[in-house]
Write a protein that binds this ligand. Structure first.
Ligand SMILES: Nc1cc(-c2ccc3cc[nH]c3c2)n[nH]1
Length: 236
């Protein structure tokens, strides 16, 4: 998978050099490009924002730098040897977007080329979304019903959730199955040695060696925890 990120804070994504995603990049499983939006400006002050038409507080991100930088990123997909597919998907984090879920992460992990546009200030000129949609698939995605200062944190979370689902990134793919939200339920509680700790015991069933009974107990724990914490996940 090719991932491109557009941001005014490129250093924010230095962390993608380490851990699992760093290893995936070294292995060539993920190819990452981080682009500084200011490199697409033409004025001495490298201006990326301006006052909003119609008035209002704050500043809006200008369309020109976005158009320039996306020209360069999206052009690479029109090269003759570009792998067949649906072309790049351009994702803009936004409080007004579809809420990001594990199902969406799994869907997006099958994409060949993801482009993430990180807004700042009060957001990006609407024409950037409209024009980009004439030459690529565009999705606005929300991380949840709370307001961030920009798209970078949301993009980092999405890249982690998507990247770990790409074959070869996580060492033991079986570990991806027994996780919260993977089967629509929250995961069962986990325990490891010692069997007794500060007067707290590991549930005896987990020490029984009866794998069928253990699986049934874990399933019941998942259902009980989901009913208690996230009953919305059980709605049809
Ligand atoms: N789920 C969620 C996304 C955002 C978000 C995304 C982009 C920008 C740009 C400026 N402020 C932003 C906030 N907040 N909350």
């Amino acid at each position: 998978m090719r991932i491109d990120i557009v941001t005014i804070f490129p250093e924010f994504f230095d962390v993608l050099d380490i851990s699992l995603l760093g290893k995936a990049r070294q292995a060539g499983i993920i190819d990452l490009g981080v682009h500084n939006l200011r490199d697409a400006t033409t004025d001495r002050h490298r201006t990326v924002d301006d006052t909003p038409y119609g008035g209002g507080a704050g500043m809006v991100m200008k369309p020109e730098p976005w158009g320039e930088i996306l020209d360069g990123i999206l052009a690479s997909d029109s090269e003759p040897d570009a792998v067949e597919g649906d072309g790049p998907l351009v994702i803009f984090p936004s409080p007004a977007g579809d809420v990001f879920t594990q199902a969406m992460a799994r869907e997006l992990s099958n994409e060949e080329h993801l482009v993430f546009g990180c807004g700042r200030y009060e957001g990006i000129d609407q024409r950037v979304f409209d024009h980009t949609a004439t030459r690529a698939r565009v999705r606005l995605v929300s991380l949840g019903d709370y307001v961030l200062n920009g798209g970078e944190v949301a993009v980092m979370a999405m890249i982690e959730a998507i990247g770990r689902l790409i074959p070869g990134v996580v060492g033991n793919p079986h570990s991806l199955v027994e996780e919260s939200h993977e089967d629509g339920l929250l995961e069962a509680p986990s325990y490891t040695k010692p069997a007794s700790w500060r007067g707290l015991e590991v549930p005896p069933i987990l020490l029984s060696g009866n794998h069928g009974a253990i699986a049934a107990w874990r399933r019941e724990q998942q259902l009980e925890r989901t009913r208690r914490v996230r009953p919305d996940l059980l709605q049809p």
